[in-house]
Design a protein around this ligand. Structure first.
Ligand SMILES: *[C@@H]1O[C@H](CO)[C@@H](O)[C@H](O)[C@H]1NC(C)=O
Length: 206
């Protein structure tokens, strides 16, 4: 009896609660067009405002963003000094995106995105907020790509999964002092060399 009474009270409260508290329904603004009606996205839609090309958190690397004219977002995670130099971005100060008041802003974004693709940037389609990965981090089966551009021409690419990257100890790449050393390490980690970068199937250089 002493157990039954609290049980009854709690079930009663739950029953009343589910009927009294109105269910949340997304309105038309919150509901992204590609989702079906019953899907409630707790972090909906594309960012309305473009973000800076870079911003610095606690590191070790930073994420670089780009906004191509085809829509969506390019993202390059874990960028270090070598990547920022390659992209022509300031290593110690936030690089703002070109403002909309600049008539060339979209062209500048496209040039920036093309540079990002040379390092294997991921494209995130419109209405995809990359929620799973931003919260949970990459999964074992996600693609792990690292790219090295040697001064002598060609390109070195390591295109594996995060699980394989862990097994091979790709963290050594963080300790490369420059792009040449990164290329040597990519080779050592089992990466491939392409004398003609346009023939590399891992990069979208078009
Ligand atoms: C690159 O690696 C990913 C993850 O293993 C794989 O799905 C993809 O097919 C690879 N790309 C090429 C062109 O082999």
């Amino acid at each position: 009896m002493t157990i039954l009474i609290p049980c009854l009270v709690i079930s009663g409260l739950i029953l009343v609660g589910t009927h009294i508290i109105p269910k949340f329904r997304p309105n038309d603004v919150q509901r992204a067009p590609i989702y079906d009606r019953n899907f409630i996205d707790c972090a909906p839609g594309p960012p309305r405002v473009r973000r800076s090309w870079t911003s610095f958190g606690y590191g070790p690397g930073i994420t670089v963003y780009g906004y191509p004219s085809k829509g969506g977002t390019y993202r390059l995670d874990d960028c270090l000094g070598i990547d920022l130099d390659f992209l022509g971005l300031d290593r110690f100060n936030r690089t703002p995106h070109p403002p909309e008041s600049d008539p060339e802003w979209q062209a500048k974004e496209d040039v920036h995105c093309a540079r990002m693709r040379r390092l294997g940037a991921r494209w995130i389609p419109p209405y995809d907020d990359d929620f799973r990965r931003s919260v949970m981090g990459p999964e074992d089966t996600d693609r792990y790509i690292r790219v090295g551009w040697p001064a002598g021409g060609g390109v070195w690419v390591l295109n594996i999964t995060y699980l394989q990257a862990g097994g091979r100890g790709t963290a050594i790449l963080y300790h490369a002092k420059d792009m040449e050393e990164r290329c040597e390490l990519i080779k050592r980690l089992g990466g491939e060399f392409f004398a003609d970068p346009n023939e590399c199937p891992h990069l979208d250089l078009s």
